[in-house]
Write a protein of this length. Structure first.
Length: 319
């Protein structure tokens, strides 16, 4: 009896395997959703749309960007984690989702277990701008001095973007107070309107600074912004702090490896395309194409600094 059961099972497998193989080989046959946990108009949105446009040409199906801002950027990754692992849903799962959010809130996903990571693509530059609420501030030293006189409110979509704000406060004794926003463009508008003093500026900051509505006092990134070559980095100004905003993508855990590999290849091909890179560079976003393993290694390399900064700032939740 046991022999007959085993034999029957083996006979059934060839009938199943070709069907599964055909489904994987045919991928993709319909629209693919690219989910981002941040609102339209910011740097992550630009990255997602530039990649999606290239991927559509390569894959022959629509790649639709779906913005899901809120909850510190965790709504998007949560939707990715819940999705069916069939290759038709993937999304932006950056350092903020796997390194920062789990320290500061209860997340509806497990950062290293809910996803099949695909690759890295980019690094956002972070700037420190000020607006009309600080008319006397023209330099970084002015900004620090203002923070010693009174509380400075700065906005960001997630605390990971503000590592340098937290570390600068600790280094200088300035009083910088974090205010959470769901959209970076909303944060920019509040600074332009004089309601918030500063924020973690990305691509949307460029025309505002060039138009005189904001003034940039420092780059919080590893290098200067090409658009503002005269504005020093925090390190150049003598403050040993840098904010790394690595951007990468993941699918729900359990995606078939052949589909995962083809999806990752399509994203990486887009990230390496000169036109896509030029579009990112025009918004001061640094292209950083990385394989899955390279991206995971990069995340682990910045993890200690992020954890140290958020712990020192007191924003890590109590367990």
């Amino acid at each position: 009896m046991r022999r007959r059961i085993v034999t029957a099972g083996l006979l059934a497998l060839p009938g199943l395997a070709p069907g599964l193989a055909r489904a994987q080989a045919a991928w993709p046959t319909r629209e693919i959703a690219l989910i981002t946990g941040f609102g339209p108009g910011g740097g992550t949105d630009l990255i997602a749309r530039a990649l999606a446009a290239h991927m559509e040409k390569a894959l022959g199906v629509s790649v639709v960007v779906r913005n899901m801002p809120g909850a510190g950027g965790t709504l998007g990754p949560a939707a990715v984690a819940r999705a069916r692992p069939d290759g038709y849903t993937f999304g932006l799962v950056a350092a903020s989702a796997v390194l920062v959010a789990p320290l500061t809130m209860d997340t509806p996903y497990k950062p290293w277990e809910s996803f099949d990571f695909l690759c890295g693509t980019s690094e956002l530059r972070i700037g420190i701008p000020v607006g009309p609420s600080l008319p006397e501030v023209r330099t970084l030293e002015d900004f620090i001095a203002a923070g010693r006189r009174r509380r400075i409110h700065f906005a960001t979509t997630n605390p990971g973007s503000a590592v340098s704000f937290f570390q600068l406060a600790r280094m200088t004794g300035a009083d910088f107070h974090y205010v959470a926003f769901g959209s970076i463009t909303d944060a920019a508008a509040q600074v332009v309107g004089g309601h918030i003093d500063s924020y973690t500026g990305t691509v949307e900051m460029i025309p505002l600074v060039k138009g005189g509505q904001l003034r940039m006092v420092a780059s919080a990134s590893v290098d200067r912004w090409p658009e503002f070559p005269d504005v020093p980095t925090l390190r150049e100004a003598g403050y040993d702090t840098v904010t790394r905003q690595l951007v990468g993508f993941a699918a729900p855990v359990g995606i078939p490896q052949p589909v995962r590999d083809r999806l990752a290849d399509a994203i990486l091909a887009a990230a390496r395309d000169p036109e896509v890179q030029a579009r990112q560079a025009s918004a001061s976003i640094a292209p950083r194409p990385m394989t899955r393993d390279e991206y995971l290694a990069a995340l682990q390399s910045v993890r200690p600094g992020i954890e140290e900064a958020l712990n020192a700032a007191g924003v890590v939740r109590r367990r």
